[in-house]
Ligand binder design. Structure first.
Ligand code: NAP
Length: 325
């Protein structure tokens, strides 16, 4: 049950973000009898809600993203975590060693530990036309917008798992999908590549960078490309442009210095604790080799158990301090 009414101000742990990592951590925290609050700005599920079909989560040979999200949410609620719908603006460690989590609805929640599982935001190409035709041909979510392009010719930009997988998904609706990548080699998994390259509706366009998205009053109508080898320019007539070129971690919510890599991904220790004691991170915004549902829930499990230990040690230290005073 998503519940804005019952919330209070102080918790053992505040979990920011309700994707698979956040939901899993809240479930473990509930089972560990911690008083946990999960704050999610939309419907719980995160990236699961932007994914049509999931075929790589053990125990489910094939499940719709929204169905897995619903199952994870009800599992979490069963163990008593509170979920509130709000957008977190800032996470800050205060002088009294507690964290304050401030939200857009003007709430200030406090806890000795915070787990950040807020994922990331899709990267933009930064070319002319991208902002102008956003929502009028330009999209970052195939599941959300694919059906608007029935029998049309569209392009997908990117060469990672997301681009290659979503190009395949979009062939359900579109008559033709150009899969446009800036290099010859795709970084997507071999299995996904094989599947996409065999799909008769997908035309692979290699070594091309997008220079501009053209259009008119009806929305996007073309993709202007430049060959990275010859410098030649060309144009594809498309009514949709789906951009999957990675994402930027939502680590900017943390006020104060924390260790991160050059792209802003958070560096943690093996307990998922960041360089700020008591602040943990799990899932897609953490520095790691790959970002899967399975890695997100793995991180979250470690983080939730480490948080329990951290809180117990903190309590023990406080008792000792009182005893020796
Ligand atoms: P990604 O793996 O970082 O791939 C981003 C792709 O976009 C790369 O091919 C990159 O090209 C290209 N790109 C980046 N900036 C670009 C630009 N300015 N112009 C044109 N192309 C640009 O991102 P992702 O595909 O979103 O995946 C993110 C993570 O989620 C990955 O760890 C992935 O494995 C995981 N994921 C997994 C699945 C699955 O297993 N089913 C599905 C989706 C995502 P270069 O290759 O040239 O750098």
């Amino acid at each position: 049950m998503t519940n804005n009414e019952k919330e209070k101000a102080q918790y053992d742990v505040i979990i920011v973000g309700g994707g698979p990592a956040g939901l899993c951590a809240a479930m473990y925290s509930g089972r560990g009898m911690l008083d946990a609050l999960l704050i999610e700005r939309g419907l719980p599920g995160g990236e699961l809600l932007n994914t049509e079909l999931i075929e790589d989560y053990p125990g489910f040979e094939s499940i719709l993203g929204r169905d897995l999200a619903a199952r994870m949410t009800s599992h979490t609620e069963k163990f008593g975590a509170s979920i509130v719908t709000d957008t977190v603006d800032a996470i800050e460690k205060m002088d009294d060693d507690w964290f304050e989590v401030r939200t857009q609805l003007g709430k200030v929640y406090r806890a000795p530990t915070v787990l950040l599982t807020a994922g990331g935001t899709p990267n933009k190409l930064g070319v002319p036309g991208e902002v102008e035709y956003a929502g009028r041909g330009v999209s970052y979510c195939a599941v959300c917008d694919g059906a608007f392009f029935k029998d049309e010719t569209i392009a997908v930009v990117g060469g990672g798992d997301a681009a290659v997988e979503e190009a395949g998904y979009l062939t359900r609706y579109a008559e033709k999908v150009f899969l446009v990548h800036r290099r010859d080699e795709f970084r997507a998994s071999k299995l996904l590549q094989e599947r996409a390259f065999k799909n008769p509706k997908i035309a692979v366009v290699r070594s091309q960078v997008v220079e501009e998205i053209g259009g008119g009053p009806s929305g996007a109508t073309s993709l202007k490309l430049k060959d990275t080898k010859t410098g030649e320019t060309s144009e594809l007539a498309v009514t949709g442009v789906f951009i999957f070129i990675g994402f930027t971690p939502n680590s900017g919510l943390i006020k104060g210095h924390f260790d991160h890599d050059p792209s802003g991904y958070i560096i943690t220790d093996w307990n998922m604790m960041t360089s700020i004691p008591g602040l943990f991170a799990a899932g897609d915004l953490r520095v790691q080799l790959t970002r899967q549902i399975t890695t997100a829930v793995g991180d979250a499990t470690t983080a939730a158990i480490a948080i329990e230990k951290y809180l117990a040690e903190r309590q023990e230290a406080a008792k000792e301090a009182v005893g020796s005073a």
